[in-house]
Design a binder for this molecule. Sequence first.
Ligand code: ADP
Ligand code: MG
Length: 238
Amino acid sequence: MGNITLDKVVKRFGDVEVIPPLDLEIADGEFVVFVGPSGCGKSTLLRIIAGLEDLTSGHIEISGRDVSHLAPGDRGLAMVFQSYALYPHMTVRENMLFPLEMTRVDSRAANEKVERAAEVLNLSAYMDRKPGQLSGGQRQRVAIGRAIVREPSAFLFDEPLSNLDAALRVNMRIEIAELHAKLGTTMIYVTHDQVEAMTMADRIVVLQAGRIEQVGTPLELYERPCNEFVAGFIGSPR
Ligand code: ADP
Ligand code: MG
C-alpha cells in the first residue's frame, strides 16, 4: 500500500507562502509527475512529503497513516536525488547493502534483497566495482538500487536525470518506467521537463507558484488544458 494524501498542506519560508493550501490524492501504485517551471515549489512539495521540510500546516497521510510529524526515516519512503550520493570507497554491493545495515534485516536476507535489486536494475555484472568505475547511468541505477532494497511504499525522485547527457536521459526514462512496471510501487517524480512528464506519467500535476494548475493524464492535459499556462507549458495547440 502506498497511497498518499495531502490535506490542505501549506509551506511558508518566513513570510513567503511557497505552497498555499494544497490538496492531492495519489493512488497506490500510481506514477505521478510534478512538473512546472524552476522555483514553482516542486522540490519543496516533495521534501515536505519526505519529511525533509516541516509542514507549516495541514496533514500528510501515507497508506492511511498520518505521517505529518514523523521523521523522514519513519515514513516508509525512499528518495532518489539527482546527485547520486554513493560512497566512493565502497563497491556497488556495499553501497546497496549500506541502507540495510541500520535495520534489523539479517545479512543473508540483506544480500538476497541486494541481489534481487541488482537483477531488476541490470547491475549484477558490476557488483564488485566502485562508483568511479561506472558510467553516469550505472551510478544512477545504483542510487535507485539503494532505494529499492528498503522496499519503500513509495519512491520520490527529484530531477534524477538532470545530470545525465541527453541520450542517457532517454534511456534512464525508459528504465525508470520499466522499473515502475516491474515493482508496481507508487512513484512521485519531479521534473521541469515536459517531455519527461508526458512520456512517464500516469498522471501529471502541473504546478505554478506552489499552486496546482491542473491534474490529469498526459492525454487530458494535452487535449483539454484548463488554461493558457498549462497549454503553453505542455505545448499543446490552442
Ligand atoms: P523547484 O524545485 O520547483 O525549482 P523549490 O521548491 O526549490 O522550486 O523552491 C520554491 C520556492 O521556495 C522558490 O522561490 C525558492 O526560492 C523557495 N525556497 C526553497 N527552499 C527555501 C528555503 N530553505 N528558504 C527560503 N526559501 C526557499
Ligand atoms: Mg527543484
